[in-house]
Ligand binder design. Sequence first.
Ligand SMILES: [Zn+2]
Length: 111
Amino acid sequence: MSHKFLKSEVIEAAKKGVGYELYKALFLNYGKRGEKAFHYIYQRRVKKYLDFFVVVGREEYIVEEFFCTCPDFQINLKSRSPCAHIIAVEVAKLLKCYDEIDTYYMDFQKI
Ligand SMILES: [Zn+2]
């Protein structure tokens, strides 16, 4: 099984669920960003709206494929490697471990 962004070690560990193996693989492969990603999944901070995935951190960040609205991705990483939110969404998709919200995030923002 190949994956666009995730390292194979992380994919293997994810098969065992949200536990120490996954935490370790994320930390070893992505450092502090991997550790943050694990916590986002563990704390169910990944939300799937009808239009976007959103990760609830200090603020809410929209993640779409290899893109995130956070400053870490856009400024520090210069859009070249995945931030904690992109990693969290990709792993959450593998695990189907996210909350599904039956509305459009863009509509929700206008309220
Ligand atoms: Zn991000």
